[in-house]
Design a protein around this ligand. Structure first.
Ligand code: CDP
Ligand code: MG
Length: 200
């Protein structure tokens, strides 16, 4: 990872983890998804197609009450905006969704990607879009390639089909990258358009 000409004053290059979930792989839109990230200037430095096991997915969606609560909170807020008051607590929703995710991420192959750039997590999450495809920004991956909603997902006892996972923060990204990739699987090279993209 080189920060080239930016030197100490400039932002550091950073990496984030993306998973193309089973729905994205099964729909044969792997290439389109990668293109969205690449077109924005994020560089693919790690990539593999794999069948995830429960242990790894359990560590990925780690049992962390803060995160489980935030999953429930976001869901309740979005449903409340539709006039639906959910009876479950935030934590109950979070735990239920985690169980759905454990099953879904192991049911069919996924693609794991490591992207590198500046403010990579922030940029990649913007490109991925909001969690619920129905309301995700239309030009985001989730808005463009999906339209699923929480109510249908809950009724079918599965997670909302939103095509991709992107790490939540730079710190979480570092942990998630270590979980899915060995150091030797991350490769450094220069993209031909790096000069034009960043002048660096
Ligand atoms: O993926 P993102 O960071 O946008 O959302 P999250 O709040 O960390 O939730 C993780 C994943 O749980 C989402 O990407 C959805 O696949 C799933 N989820 C769901 O199926 N139903 C919900 N009510 C909330 C989240
Ligand atoms: Mg998340």
């Amino acid at each position: 990872m080189s920060d080239a000409k930016a030197g100490a004053a400039g932002p550091r290059r950073e990496r984030t983890l993306v998973l193309i979930k089973p729905d994205g792989v099964e729909r044969a839109i792997i290439g389109k998804i990668i293109t969205k990230f690449e077109d924005a200037g994020l560089k693919v430095v790690g990539m593999k197609l794999l069948k995830a096991d429960e242990e790894t997915v359990g560590k990925h969606y780690v049992y962390d009450e803060k995160w489980l609560f935030s999953v429930g909170e976001k869901t309740k807020k979005s449903m409340r905006e539709k006039g639906v008051e959910m009876k479950e607590t935030e934590l109950e929703i979070g735990k239920r969704v985690r169980n759905f995710l454990m099953k879904d991420l192991t049911r069919s192959p996924i693609v794991a990607l490591v992207l590198e750039g500046y403010y990579t997590t922030e940029v990649a999450r913007k490109i991925a879009g909001a969690t619920q495809p129905k309301t995700a920004e239309p030009s985001s991956i989730r808005g463009m390639y999906a339209s699923d909603n929480y109510e249908l997902a809950d009724a079918l006892k599965r997670p909302v089909r939103n095509v991709v996972h992107v790490s939540e923060s730079k710190e979480i990204a570092e942990k998630e990258i270590t979980l899915w990739f060995k150091d030797s699987e991350l490769l450094d090279y220069r993209r031909a358009d790096e000069g034009a993209l960043f002048g660096a």
